[in-house]
Structures are given as structure tokens and as C-alpha cells.
Design a protein around this ligand. Structure first.
Ligand code: IPM
Ligand code: MN
Length: 368
């Protein structure tokens, strides 16, 4: 029997509630596909910080490094100043575990949940590959003359050739593999005739950020032309990208972008796929320890009310299994989610699903 050790961080607010349902579904999948999943729980989060004054214990990073996969609920507590937990836990783990990819699939499972007129599941099915270790997120910068009328605040975007290139290569590889060798439906006949099977769109801002995205654009074309001639290269400014997400989401196959732009466009992506209740992501270190999470926050106002949608966490669990190489089990979970949202749920929004958090977990486990 194949055995996997998984670290679980429920975290704050509704985090533990949704993670419980994700584990329920993972266990159902494990039973069906004869896997053994061993969980180790960690209590990192706002409660622990308020109790101990420590954001992450000294040993945390070293311990988590031993796991190839981590399941995370949510980080963020109403009684803790914004930034402390986000930087001290989430961003610290992303950086120190070198999870340099943030992978966010945007897939609409049922037309009923889409806020866009005349768009359905065949139109909204793309993946955003967000750089996850650099850009505006490194904390580089500072204040001069803080608190005076002459105050200066500088926040720098860090873009290294190495960091950009490894992200681009991951995105090209992902685009190549995504359809299992089948050409992406949005390609023009001449692309297919020329042997191109996938499309990778670089989303940037080459008209204004003429240093950072100059590096990105050069690396994109160099790497693409040399090593990925079968992937069609496409470019869109980030502002136009948000426009196309609403107007023509069917134009996208895989998108690659920097940390900040990726943060912004994936919230919009989550909305067009049905909301935060369904949107999942993975913080990936292909050679190390990766962490999967529902992308919505800790939702304090819904905590303990049994109304939060656990499907984003369940989908994060599916991504986790896929990452571990259990692609059949991962696909089975996704199919069970699709069946549940198409046949049972009334809405994907908290409190409007027609079921409690626990019942939604049961529905998916039963569909499996
Ligand atoms: C996300 C979140 C985080 C980010 C926050 C909580 C630091 O918004 O995962 O997208 O900005 O990356
Ligand atoms: Mn975000």
C-alpha cells in the first residue's frame, strides 16, 4: 500500500472546519484507491500566537520541510494586526520552503455559479502560474524620514533571472502536460498544423515596468523558443488580462505572471469560477515541500456556524494528491466535487449551499 505523510495546518477561523472536510474526502479517496495517508497536525495560527506570543516556533520550518505535502486551512485572525500572521506564517513558509510556484486553476464546474453572462464551463478553464518567491513580496524596501512630511516609502520588486526562469520553465512544462498531449481547443488550425499544442500567456506590464517585465519578456521568449517550440507564446498586459477574464476567458490556456499581478488576477479568476468557496491553490516547490490551500481567507464571521463552503479545501486536497502522483485519485475527487455542485448544491456561497459544511463533505465523500 502506498503511504504518504501529510502535514495539516488548520489555522484560523473557518480553516480547521474546511480542512476537516478535506481530510474526510481524502480519507474516502484513500480507501477507494488503497492509499495510506498519515496526518500530522500543527496548531500554527492566530490563536497560538495570541497564547504564546510566537508566530511560528523555531522548529516549524525544519519540521514541515520533511513533508512533501502540507494541507493548509487559512491564516488571519481578527485580533491580530494585519500582516503579522500573513508575513510570519504564510509568506515565511512560501519563502523558506522555496515554494516558488503558486498554481491556481480557474475552472467553472457549472454555469449556474458564473457571474458572467453567456459563459459556461467550456469557456472558463485555465490555469494561472504565479511566481511565489519574488516580486513585490520579498519585503525589500523601507522608509526614509518616516512620520515626517518628507516621508519616503520604497517597496521594490525583485526579479532575478534565476527566479523568473524557473517559474517560466514550470509554466511551459505545465502547459505542455496539461491536456495530456491533446491540443488546447483555443488554438488556431495553423498553430496545430505547426505542431503547437498548448498556449502560454505571459501577463505583464511591459509598457510601464520596463525593467522588471523586460527581463520577464526576454526570458519568456528565449526559453520558449529554445526549449518549448510546441507551446504557443502569447502576451497580454495585466490590465488587459483582467478585461479578457471577463470578456473572453476562453482565450486562456495557461497564464504565467509575477507575484503581485498573480495575486490580483487570481481573485478575479476565483470569482468567475464561482467564488472563494471553490477556488484552490498550491504553493509548489517541485523538488521539496509543497503546500495546498483554499484561497479564501479565514472568514471570521462564519467561523463555527457550519455554513462555510469546504469545497475549495477539498479541491486543494485533490491538488495535493495530484502533486504526489496520485492522479487517478485526484481526478476522482474533482469528479465527485463536480457531481455534487451540479446535482446537489444550491449555491457555492457560505450559508446558501442548502447544506452544512459537514454535509457538503459527506456529499463529496459519498459521490466518490
Ligand atoms: C493569497 C493571499 C496572500 C497573498 C496574503 C494572505 C498574504 O492573498 O494567497 O493570495 O497576498 O499572497
Ligand atoms: Mn490573494
Amino acid at each position: 500500500m502506498k503511504t504518504y505523510d501529510i502535514a495539516v495546518i488548520g489555522g484560523d477561523g473557518t480553516g480547521p472546519e474546511v480542512v476537516r472536510e478535506a481530510v474526510k474526502v481524502l480519507d474516502a479517496a484513500a480507501k477507494k484507491f488503497s492509499l495510506k495517508l498519515n496526518y500530522t497536525n500543527y496548531d500554527f495560527g492566530g490563536e497560538r500566537y495570541l497564547r504564546t506570543g510566537e508566530v511560528l516556533p523555531e522548529s516549524a520550518v525544519g519540521e514541515l520541510r520533511k513533508f512533501r505535502a502540507i494541507l493548509l486551512g487559512a491564516i488571519g485572525h481578527p485580533d491580530v494586526k494585519p500582516g503579522i500572521l500573513e508575513k510570519g506564517i504564510l509568506l515565511r513558509l512560501r519563502f523558506e520552503l522555496e515554494q516558488y510556484i503558486n498554481l491556481r486553476p480557474v475552472r467553472l464546474y457549472d454555469a449556474r455559479y458564473c457571474p458572467l453572462k453567456d459563459k459556461g464551463p467550456e469557456d472558463i478553464d485555465f490555469v494561472v502560474v504565479r511566481e511565489n518567491n519574488e516580486g513585490l513580496y520579498t519585503g525589500s524596501g523601507g522608509f526614509v524620514f518616516k512620520g515626517t512630511p518628507n516621508e519616503i516609502a520604497v517597496q521594490e520588486s525583485i526579479n532575478t533571472r534565476r527566479g523568473v526562469e524557473r517559474c517560466l520553465r514550470y509554466a511551459f512544462d505545465y502547459a505542455r502536460k496539461r491536456r495530456g498531449g491533446q491540443p488546447w481547443k483555443g488554438l488556431k488550425p495553423e498553430d496545430v498544423a505547426a505542431g503547437r499544442k498548448a498556449q502560454l500567456t505571459l501577463s505583464g506590464k511591459t509598457n510601464v515596468l520596463t525593467y522588471a517585465f523586460d527581463l520577464w519578456e526576454r526570458a519568456f521568449h528565449e526559453v520558449g523558443a529554445k526549449d518549448y517550440p510546441d507551446v504557443k507564446r502569447d502576451y497580454a498586459h495585466v490590465d488587459a488580462t483582467t478585461m479578457w477574464f471577463v470578456k473572453n476567458p476562453e482565450w486562456f490556456d495557461v497564464i504565467v505572471t509575477d507575484n503581485m499581478f498573480g495575486d490580483i488576477i487570481t481573485d478575479l479568476g476565483a470569482m468567475i469560477q464561482g467564488g472563494m468557496g471553490i477556488a484552490a491553490g498550491g504553493n509548489i516547490n517541485p523538488e521539496g515541500s509543497s503546500m495546498f490551500e483554499p484561497i479564501g481567507g479565514s472568514a471570521p464571521k462564519y467561523t463555527g456556524k457550519h455554513v462555510i463552503n469546504p469545497l475549495a479545501a477539498v479541491c486543494a486536497g485533490a491538488m495535493l494528491l495530484d502533486h504526489l502522483g496520485e492522479t487517478t485519485a485526484a481526478k476522482a475527487i474533482e469528479d465527485a466535487v463536480i457531481k455534487s455542485v451540479r446535482e446537489k448544491l444550491k449555491s457555492l456561497a457560505a450559508g446558501k449551499m442548502g447544506f452544512t459544511t459537514e454535509q457538503v463533505g459527506d456529499l463529496v465523500a459519498a459521490a466518490l
